[in-house]
Design a protein around this ligand. Structure first.
Ligand SMILES: NC(=O)C1=CN([C@@H]2O[C@H](COP(=O)(O)OP(=O)(O)OC[C@H]3O[C@@H](n4cnc5c(N)ncnc54)[C@H](O)[C@@H]3O)[C@@H](O)[C@H]2O)[C@@H](O)CC1
Ligand SMILES: [K+]
Length: 517
């Protein structure tokens, strides 16, 4: 089983409360700081081992306990033989524990400097300026110091979170350290996984300090915390291994409603995505003129051609036996003309996924109420622009916390929302997943069409299991990103077109060990 402890994202307030539980249970504050900082120092020695030549490290130390951590790390690296220099810009405001550690490092003869530029010759920098206690914008000399450190383009290791990043929203408070590594202490701070922080966090590594699960549960069980999706959880969610006596209709029947003369490829790519899911049956509804192409490219798919408008969009849906399908995916390349199509899908009572033009139609034609009150399950897959168009009147849009905003959207529409971005977020209100790894190779036309078909195929298969939909959608998004990562490793960031991606998704599935294959 995956552990809450290693994947949960906490706010600064939650972290403070968990810390308070630890202290009130008897752990002395200084002992906890010592433990955390020793483990962090150990990680730094692994990242930058001492070799025959001297390694010099500069510390930028703040006035709170992030600075205290920094000073303990500085002391340990000094004892190990690193050439340590410390800069403490807020020296008059040090918290007691931090001041004590500062006094001790001075007594050891560790060199302290009065100016940031004195650190410019160090091999790397440790940022212990601010952690989750940063409450306001960084200004004046301190802001200049951060700009100066960033301008050196040296490796910077941030303790807990890059100084200047809001630990809940990921927003830059004035200016922020651009880290090469973020060594996050204990639990992941939510801000680290927000898109806004991405340019600053570098590689994230969690330093475990044995927080009892009961404390984490006590503080977070009532709150709608987000979690990082792990490979182990993805393995549990996948509809594998298959039962030996299964047959095609037991593996789900997916209905795709998509495509137009203008966006032929969207229909093809959604079908390729569905194909990669291994779903038992796929039926695709497209404008009549697309039928021969789909037949020639994907011979295993049933194709229903529809009467089309003068511009080549689906004019009306034929009579469909909706009950036959475990999931319906609609919208990819449909064009904004296909209003009646989207209305019919929403009123069908089926379990549905709406993407692309279907989302724009919902936004343009005020279909939000019918969406919210529909019988079947709903999955929506907007990117940021589509998300904002979906909720023009809702106060939560623009609330700065992208993760919470997505959860609020899921509540408002009684739906599972997958919000695309550098970090994909999936929420059904109760559960929220973040896909930790991603690749900019997927920032190109067609990736989303593949994703919708792939999600639909997994949802159709998992509709025969107890797996909740938000988990299936998240696992699909995880594999989609992994497919992109594997493809870009083989073919470069420029080589991940939609067809290639759909094939590499299967490589990502195959890489999961113990999936019954
Ligand atoms: N939560 C935990 O379990 C643990 C936390 N520890 C460390 O403690 C840190 C949090 O410590 P603190 O609460 O002392 O907070 P910080 O060390 O992040 O900084 C807070 C201090 O900075 C000042 N400050 C805030 N914004 C400022 C600004 N814009 N300009 C100038 N000064 C500003 C505040 O007045 C306060 O004195 C964590 O990030 C972590 O590094 C560890 O020592 C031990 C374990
Ligand atoms: K920091």
């Amino acid at each position: 089983m995956y552990s809450n402890k290693t994947t949960i994202l906490v706010t600064a307030e939650e972290m403070k409360q968990i810390e308070a539980e630890i202290f009130s249970a008897g752990m002395p504050i200084a002992s906890l700081m010592e433990k955390v900082a020793l483990k962090t120092a150990q990680k730094i020695t692994e990242l930058y081992p001492l070799n025959r030549k001297k390694v010099s490290v500069g510390f930028i130390i703040g006035c709170g306990h992030n600075g205290g951590d920094g000073l303990v790390i500085a002391r340990e690296l000094y004892h190990k033989g690193y050439d340590v220099t410390i800069y403490v810009p807020l020296i008059a405001k040090l918290k007691d524990l931090t001041a004590q550690h500062f006094q001790y490092v001075q007594s050891l003869g560790i060199s302290t400097v009065q100016n940031i530029t004195s650190l410019s010759s160090c091999d790397f920098i440790v940022d212990g300026l601010f952690g989750f206690g940063l409450t306001r914008k960084i200004v004046d000399d301190l802001a200049e110091d951060i700009k100066t450190v960033n301008s050196w383009q040296k490796p910077i290791i941030s303790v807990d979170i890059p100084s200047g990043i809001n630990s809940d929203t990921g927003a830059v408070l004035g200016v922020a350290i651009r880290a090469k590594y973020t060594l996050c202490l204990g639990l992941y701070k939510k801000g680290i996984w927000q898109d806004k922080a991405l340019e600053y966090i570098g590689q994230v590594k969690r330093i475990d300090f044995d927080i009892p699960s009961s404390f984490i549960d006590k503080i977070t069980s009532e709150s709608p915390s987000a979690k990082l999706l792990t490979v182990d959880r993805v393995k549990e969610i996948l509809p594998l291994p298959r039962h030996v006596t299964t047959y095609k209709y037991k593996q789900g029947h997916l209905l795709l409603i998509c495509g137009s003369k203008e966006y032929v490829g969207a229909a093809l790519l959604s079908a390729y995505g569905a194909r990669s899911s291994g779903v038992g049956m796929v039926t695709i509804v497209v404008p009549e003129s697309l039928k021969p192409l789909i037949n020639s490219q994907l011979p295993e798919i049933l194709v229903i051609g529809c009467r089309e408008t003068s511009l080549g969009s689906i004019e009306t849906l034929p009579l469909l036996d909706w009950e036959k399908y475990q999931w319906v995916c609609c919208g990819m390349g449909l064009t904004k003309e296909a209003v009646s199509v989207v209305e019919k899908v929403i009123s069908s009572g089926c379990d549905i996924l709406l993407d692309a033009d279907a989302l724009n139609i919902v936004a343009n034609y005020y279909l939000l109420d019918s969406l919210k009150n529909r019988q079947g399950k709903t999955v929506l897959t907007p990117h940021d622009g589509e998300f904002e168009r979906l909720f023009p009147d809702f106060s939560f849009v623009g609330m700065a916390d992208r993760i919470e905003e997505t959860r609020q959207g899921a509540i408002a529409l009684n739906a599972t929302i997958l919000r695309k971005g550098a970090k994909t977020i999936i929420s059904d209100n109760i559960h929220t997943w973040i896909i930790p790894h991603g690749t900019p190779a997927l920032a190109r036309g067609g990736s989303g069409d593949v994703l919708s078909g792939f999600i639909g195929g997994l949802l159709a298969q998992n509709s025969f299991t107890d797996t909740i939909n938000v988990d299936t959608v998240a696992a699909a998004a995880w594999l989609h990103q992994q497919g992109g990562i594997l493809a870009s490793e083989d073919l470069s960031t420029l080589g991940v077109d939609g067809v290639t991606l759909s094939q590499y998704i299967l490589k990502a599935v195959n890489k999961l060990k113990g999936n019954g294959q």
